[in-house]
Write a protein that binds this ligand. Structure first.
Ligand code: PEP
Length: 241
């Protein structure tokens, strides 16, 4: 169960979140819990969760290890401060910051080389769903962004299916829609990799009151949660659905 805080919370708000959140989830053993926070909050989040059952990740990285890339953060930097995870290819990065399937693959490989585990995001926009192109879009994103991994690299990723029209909109894919997409993604993965063990998260307006019906679907292994992860009580309810 992964949180994507997007561009929310200061370090002080991060401390306050973990003061409330950790006691609510310290008995959780059935789920792996990850919080992907803004870069400036990562040292605070990592210190706050030391020795707990919660791991921390970034929301993006650049593929070079270091260099003249003003404003960027590398995989080795995230690893050095104690990150376990990084999100790559979130739809907001694709939409606002020019992320492509090709750059998703470059970032994913760089993150894995640095020793990070990667949450790779895929998903269609509303016009593509309405045009009946969901599976074709997923296939293109898989071919360009994931199929170029080696089997060893593939073992280090989690795939997040996030229909773009359901992110931050309050609209959730029905459990059946999500299940169909997850099944299609696992079938794509099976053409190249050992797909049975890859975890596929659903993301898009997951909340305490809809998480159980989504998680009941066979190919949905977890959730990537934006808005509902900002509040400790709400995210603890998602985690403990
Ligand atoms: C996300 O940011 O990945 C996300 C799924 O957001 P929300 O839960 O707010 O739709």
């Amino acid at each position: 169960m992964a949180a994507n805080w997007k561009m929310f919370k200061t370090p002080a708000e991060t401390t306050a979140f973990f003061n409330d959140f950790l006691p609510l989830v310290n008995d959780v053993t059935a789920a792996e819990i990850a919080i992907c926070a803004p870069f400036v909050d990562l040292p605070t989040a990592i210190a706050a969760t030391a020795g707990s059952n919660v791991t921390i990740g970034g929301q993006n990285l650049y593929w070079a290890k270091e260099g003249a890339f003003t404003g960027e953060i590398s995989g080795p930097m995230l690893k050095a401060i104690g990150c376990t995870w990084v999100i790559v290819g979130h739809s907001e990065r694709r939409q606002y910051f020019g992320e492509t399937d090709e750059t998703v693959l470059r970032r994913t490989k760089a993150a894995i080389e640095a020793g990070l585990k990667v949450i790779v995001c895929v998903g269609e926009v509303l016009a593509e769903r309405e045009a009946g192109q969901t599976e074709a879009v997923l296939a293109k994103q898989f071919e360009g962004g994931i199929a170029g991994l080696t089997p060893e690299e593939f073992a280090q990723i989690v795939i997040a299916y996030e229909p773009v029209w359901a992110i931050g909109t309050g609209k959730t894919a029905t459990p059946e829609m999500a299940a169909d997409a997850h099944k299609a993604i696992r079938a794509l993965a099976a053409t190249k990799f050992d797909a049975a063990s890859v975890r596929i998260l659903y993301g898009g307006s997951v909340k305490p009151d809809n998480v159980a019906s989504l998680m009941a679907q066979e190919d949905i292994d977890g959730a990537l949660v934006g808005g509902a992860s900002l509040d400790p009580v709400s995210f603890s309810k998602v985690v403990k659905f």
